[in-house]
Design a protein around this ligand. Structure first.
Ligand code: GMT
Length: 380
């Protein structure tokens, strides 16, 4: 199979879709494809240099007449420029809004040869898909894409239902780069964070938006801390962080709760944890849960969206109904009081992450999908 010229567009800032797109681009470059990121700034997880990986910045025109600078048009225009200059085979966009429509526009502007692949990640469907001001344009973007993928079966199904579309949506799960998790844990990291030997560490990692239900995370933690000495590590930042800080202060638990903010080396931090909580009310996949499992951390998650496709209930963690922090804390205490079960879940978490969600396997699925897409379009 010949190496491909692939354009990738994503939100470059902290967030699951940007992380997945960036990790995918890195591994595609390692496999010999020419990868061109087309985005408003340098993707934050792009931390390595590759001779065949390039960045094309989308610079939005700030002309005074524009009350709303036209990011979408500038992106489409930049995509078209890169399609032509780099002879792109594929434009792969992550997150439907506005990327899918921009890619379709770029395709039309350049003679229609480039194939558009759209990967749906979550709130582009589950939140924005219910917004009447965007629904039609999202549906158009999906139907006009040559191939559409979703990060879980749950999201694929929800998309078909919500948009009443019969467009085939292929599930390609998110993945972890197993090499990152093979490295040794930094010794004494827990000590450096002031965590004592007998303390249990619960971690939550997200963008602290209301859908993540961080108040349930804290409620569950409070209940656990009544039974065992424990610390709560909070990784990430977002709109709910300040109200959570107030909650923590009101409960007089500032010593026990560590707000770490946005972090790059999450694999290292996760290795300090005994359990992760992901108690969202919307979650198409839950990349944070997979990252924890890869680090050998059992996850307790809600029975929402794609979470049950990631966590093996009673095997690598527990699935609980939404809004039941009491059950969550009971499961934590069960694990903490039962070292054999905890060790079994830790090993099973690593095994499941490796078996079902390894980069080696999932990136091959993406490659296969690209070649099929080109074949269907008559270009291979
Ligand atoms: O919707 C978000 O919270 C952000 C979004 C993103 O683009 O970063 O996350 C979604 O995509 C991730 C990567 O595929 C998934 O792991 C998350 O589950 C999904 N978030 C939601 O569905 C809430």
């Amino acid at each position: 199979m010949r190496p491909l010229n692939i354009g990738i567009t994503c939100y470059p800032t902290v967030g699951g879709s940007g992380v997945v797109a960036t990790e995918l681009g890195k591994i595609l470059a390692e496999r010999g494809h020419n990868v061109h990121f087309i985005s408003s700034s340098f993707p934050f997880r792009l931390d390595k240099v590759y001779p065949n990986l390039y960045f094309h910045e989308v610079e939005v025109n700030q002309y005074q007449v524009f009350q709303y600078p036209p990011y979408d048009l500038t992106l489409a225009s930049k995509m078209a420029e890169v399609v032509r200059s780099e002879n792109l085979d594929i434009l792969h966009v992550h997150y439907a809004v506005p990327h899918a429509v921009c890619a379709k526009l770029a395709k039309d502007m350049t003679g229609g040869n480039v194939q558009v692949v759209t990967t749906l990640h979550g709130t582009d469907i589950t939140v924005l898909g219910s917004d009447p001001t965007l629904k039609e344009v999202i549906r158009y973007g999906i139907e006009a894409s040559d191939t559409v993928t979703a990060v879980s079966n749950s999201l694929a199904g929800q998309t078909n239902d919500l948009f009443h579309t019969t467009k085939h949506i292929e599930t390609i799960y998110n993945f972890i780069d197993e090499r990152v998790y093979d490295s040794e844990m930094k010794e004494n990291l827990r000590e450096e964070f002031g965590i004592t030997g007998d303390e249990r560490v619960i971690v939550h990692m997200s963008n602290f938006r209301p859908v993540k239900r961080t108040e349930d995370v804290f409620k569950a933690f409070e209940q656990v801390a009544r039974h065992v000495p424990a610390r709560l590590l909070l990784i990430g930042d977002g709109p709910e962080r300040s109200s959570l800080m107030k909650q923590v202060k009101a409960a007089n638990m500032e010593q026990e709760v560590l707000f770490l903010g946005n972090q790059k080396r999450v694999a290292e931090l996760l290795q300090m944890a005994d359990v992760m909580l992901l108690l969202s009310e919307k979650e198409s996949f839950g990349l944070a849960a997979l990252e924890a499992m890869a680090a050998g951390v059992p996850v307790i998650g809600t029975d929402i969206g794609g979470i049950p496709e990631v966590i093996g209930h009673n095997e690598t963690g527990f699935i609980v109904p939404l809004g039941r922090p009491d059950l969550v804390s009971a499961h934590c205490v069960t694990l903490f009081n039962n070292p054999l079960l905890h060790t079994r879940f830790q090993q099973a978490s690593k095994d499941r992450a490796q078996r079902l969600f390894s980069a080696a396997e999932i990136v091959s699925q993406y490659e296969k999908m690209y070649y099929h897409t080109l074949q269907r379009g008559g270009y291979q």
